[in-house]
Design a protein around this ligand. Structure first.
Ligand SMILES: NC(=O)c1ccc[n+]([C@@H]2O[C@H](COP(=O)([O-])OP(=O)(O)OC[C@H]3O[C@@H](n4cnc5c(N)ncnc54)[C@H](OP(=O)(O)O)[C@@H]3O)[C@@H](O)[C@H]2O)c1
Length: 243
C-alpha cells in the first residue's frame, strides 16, 4: 500500500504536537484527517501547511471527547475518506500549572482528566476497531514524561492526567498483545513547541513530526514505547523508524 493510499487520522492534529505530525505525514504523501472542536484552529492549521499538501488534508469539526461525539466524527470522516488505515493520538494540552492540589477543585481535576485521559479513551474506542485487524495499519499514542514526575511546583494535575495517558497506552498494549496492526507509543521527554518559541529543554514540533511520520511509514516495530529524550533520539527515529 503506497502512502497516498493510506489515510492517517491525527487526533489532536490542530495542536502543537499534532500539527508537526500532520505536516510531516503530508510531506511523505499520506492522506491525513484532522478533527478539531474549533473551525478556526483547522483554518490556522491550513495556513501553516504548504498549499499543495492541503489537497491531501481532510478536516472535520467534531468533538472526540465523548463516545457519541467520537462515533459521529468517525462516521462523518469515513463518508469523506472511505477508510482509515492509521491513527496517531495526540490529544490533551501543552501545559497546566494551576497550582498545588490543596488549592484545586474536583471540577478542575475532572477537566484535566477529560482532556488528557478520557478523550484518549473515547477517541480510541471509536477509531481502534478501524485499524486493529489490519497488518498494514498503525495506532500510535503520543505521551510525555510529565506522567512520571512533577515537572515543577503547581503542575500536579498535569502529572495525574499525563500518568493516566501513559497507563492507558500500556493497558492497550497488554490487553491486545496479538493485534496485527502496529501499536506503539512515542513518549517525548522534552517540551515541544514551534520553531519560533524554542528554548532550553524544548524541541521543535517539526522534529517530532518527522520522527512520528517515519514510525508510521516504516511500520518496523509494534507494542513498543519509543522514548525520545533528546533531539538525537528524534533524528534516529526519523531515519530508522525505531530507536
Ligand atoms: N507540548 C509539549 O510540550 C508536550 C511534550 C510531551 C508530550 N506532549 C503530549 O502531546 C499531546 C498533545 O499536546 P500539545 O502540546 O499538542 O497540546 P495542544 O496544543 O493543546 O493540542 C492538543 C489537541 O488535543 C485536542 N483535543 C483535546 N480534547 C479534544 C476533544 N475532546 N476532541 C477533539 N480534540 C481534542 C485539541 O483539539 P481542539 O483543536 O479541538 O482544541 C488540540 O488540538 C499531549 O498528550 C501531551 O501530553 C506534549
Amino acid at each position: 500500500m503506497s502512502a497516498s493510499d493510506r489515510v492517517v487520522v491525527v487526533l489532536g492534529g490542530a495542536g502543537t504536537v499534532g500539527s508537526g505530525i500532520v505536516k510531516a505525514l503530508l510531506e511523505k504523501g499520506f492522506q491525513v484527517a484532522v478533527i478539531s472542536r474549533d473551525r478556526s484552529r483547522l483554518e490556522k492549521l491550513k495556513q501553516f501547511l504548504p498549499p499543495s499538501a492541503c489537497q491531501r488534508l481532510h478536516t472535520l469539526v467534531g468533538d472526540v471527547g465523548s463516545e457519541e461525539g467520537a462515533e459521529a466524527a468517525k462516521e462523518a470522516l469515513l463518508k469523506s475518506t472511505g477508510k482509515v488505515t492509521d491513527v496517531v493520538s495526540s490529544l490533551g494540552f501543552s501545559w497546566w500549572q494551576g497550582g498545588p492540589p490543596l488549592t484545586q477543585t474536583l471540577k478542575e481535576l475532572h477537566r484535566v482528566l477529560d482532556t488528557l485521559l478520557l478523550s484518549t479513551f473515547t477517541a480510541w474506542k471509536a477509531f481502534f476497531p478501524l485499524v486493529k485487524d489490519n497488518a498494514e495499519g498503525t495506532y500510535t499514542f503520543i505521551t510525555g514524561g510529565a506522567g512520571e514526575r512533577l515537572l515543577m511546583p503547581g503542575t500536579g494535575f498535569l502529572t495525574l492526567g499525563a500518568a493516566g495517558a501513559l497507563a492507558f497506552s500500556l493497558m492497550v498494549r497488554e490487553e491486545y498483545p496479538d493485534v496485527p496492526c502496529k501499536l506503539n507509543e512515542v513518549k517525548i521527554n522534552m517540551g515541544v513547541t514551534t520553531p519560533e518559541h524554542l528554548g532550553p529543554g524544548y524541541v521543535s514540533h517539526l522534529e517530532v513530526g518527522e520522527a512520528v511520520a517515519s514510525l508510521v511509514d516504516k511500520r518496523i516495530v509494534s507494542h513498543t514505547v519509543l522514548s525520545a529524550s533528546s533531539p538525537a533520539d528524534l533524528k534516529t527515529l526519523a531515519l530508522e523508524g525505531k530507536l
